[in-house]
Design a protein around this ligand. Structure first.
Ligand code: HEM
Length: 425
């Protein structure tokens, strides 16, 4: 059997043998009480989750929901950190809270290693990825990223109003990850669909969600075939040839990791760039200061990551237990809100304010513990270059219509429509 056939066979079997897992009812609609019925996919949360999180932290620091088959939402830094570090009692076998729980025997590998993997497998799957994401490797991509940001801004020239989320922020991580994986750059718009299906389609019936995921895996299979026929110096070829324990990676490991990089690489950074531009558009004093003092940007950027942390992850409780005063059941979800942890006044002074020259800022935007973001150097480079180029080329801008800004609902939150007026307000 050729390598190519091996992948196709694995994909076909994966679909036929798809294990039943556990399904729960689709529940949408307004939240009656955030302490007992929270939902991160409702518009109220997407629009402004911080007052809700602050209130919960005061009144009910581990909130409950019966939606998605039941889950918990800790909002204190201390609890979020304790769960992130505790891989004995909380599993990563599913990290997107939805109506479907994959079967237990999917652990410790999960569908998208290493983010879906538990120890001990996690360590080995993660190690494979590290060389591609070191500071030095990322440094080699800075010049092309900067040139691409300039080209995007050239394309916006002459327009009085631009959508900075749609026409700028989203394209930067799409291009970078397409280059790394060796995918055609013009496929970017398809990636957006994959991202939305994975992260924002969580309330769809499981069959519909699976059908959409199949489209992502069909795309990846086509890319893998092309790379098997035409090997080149990129991450896809690297993963196809990589070995663990003396054997080539399982085809499902290769495609699962590719899917992870595509999803984790795009939505997150797109959200971080968009949220930073949104903040600067509505806060002229911060914008003017950064234009006057560009050296402050790396510090300001960490503050944007803290205050507008885009990523919330999920865990599944392994066994029934009493934890911090609540009775958790096996397979309850935990919505692990790094954004809520980042705004805990017990951890940060002036937690609810954006302080662009904050000196000490040990935020959790990239996660905590063994799953801490592998792509953090890359994300920081993209965010810094995107903001540097924008501020250099467009130093004056403001929100064209604050009411028209929309935010992605779900576990990765950032502006999806961000109309900005270019020039003096
Ligand atoms: C501002 C942008 C980003 C943010 C805020 C972010 C955030 C996170 C967080 C919170 C985790 C922890 C997940 C968990 O605990 O379950 C994580 C893991 C991960 N991220 Fe990122 N991420 C960003 C960009 C990227 C990029 C650009 C890539 C690569 C293309 C990437 C690849 C990964 C991978 C592979 C993991 C899994 C690590 C593991 O399980 O060991 N991320 N990220």
């Amino acid at each position: 059997m050729s390598v190519d056939d091996r992948f196709a066979e694995d994909f076909r079997k994966g679909r036929e043998d798809r294990p039943p897992g556990t399904r729960s009812e689709v529940v949408t609609g307004p939240v009656s009480d955030w302490t007992t019925d929270f939902s991160h996919v409702e518009d109220e949360w997407a629009g402004d989750p911080y007052p809700i999180q602050d209130d919960l932290r005061e009144r009910c620091p581990i909130a409950r929901t019966e939606r998605f088959g039941g889950g918990w939402l800790p909002t204190r830094y201390e609890d979020v950190a304790a769960i992130a570090y505790d891989t004995e009692r909380f599993s990563s076998r599913a990290i997107v809270m939805s109506n479907f729980r994959p079967p237990r025997d999917l652990a410790p590998i999960g569908g998208s290693p290493p983010i879906s993997s538990d120890p001990p497998f996690h360590h080995d799957a993660r190690k494979l990825l590290l060389p591609a994401f070191t500071k030095t490797a990322v440094g080699r991509m800075e010049a092309s990223t900067r040139a691409y940001c300039h080209a995007l801004i050239d394309g916006l020239a002459g327009q009085p109003t631009v959508d900075a989320a749609r026409d700028y922020a989203q394209y930067i991580p799409m291009r970078v990850i397409a280059d790394m994986l060796g995918f055609p750059p013009e496929d970017g718009p398809q990636f957006r669909e994959f991202v939305e299906n994975t992260l924002e389609g969580v309330n769809l019936p499981p069959e519909e969600r699976m059908a959409r995921m199949d489209r992502l895996f069909d795309y990846l299979l086509a890319q893998i075939r092309d790379h098997v026929d035409n090997p080149r110096d990129d991450l896809t070829t690297y993963l196809i040839n990589a070995e663990l324990y003396g054997n080539k990676l399982q085809p499902s490991h290769v495609s699962g990791t590719m899917a992870l990089l595509l999803i984790a690489g795009i939505d997150t950074t797109w959200s971080a760039i968009g949220a930073s531009l949104w903040h600067l558009a509505k806060t002229p004093a911060d914008r003017e200061r950064l234009v006057a003092e560009p050296a402050l940007l790396p510090t300001a950027m960490e503050e944007f990551l803290r205050a507008y942390a885009p990523v919330t992850m999920a865990r599944l409780v392994k066994d029934d237990m009493h934890w911090q005063g609540v009775d958790m059941r096996a397979d309850d979800w935990i919505l692990l809100s790094f954004p809520a942890a980042n705004r805990d006044p017990a951890q940060f002074d002036r937690a609810g304010e954006v302080v662009i020259d904050r000196e000490v800022n040990r935020h959790a935007a990239f996660g905590l513990g063994i799953h801490r973001c592998v792509g953090s150097h890359l994300a920081r480079m993209e965010l810094r270059v995107a903001l540097e180029v924008w501020l250099e080329r467009i130093p004056e801008f403001s929100l064209a219509d604050p009411g028209a800004v929309t935010w992605a609902a779900g576990q990765v939150r950032g502006p999806r429509t961000l109309p900005l007026r270019i020039g003096p307000a």
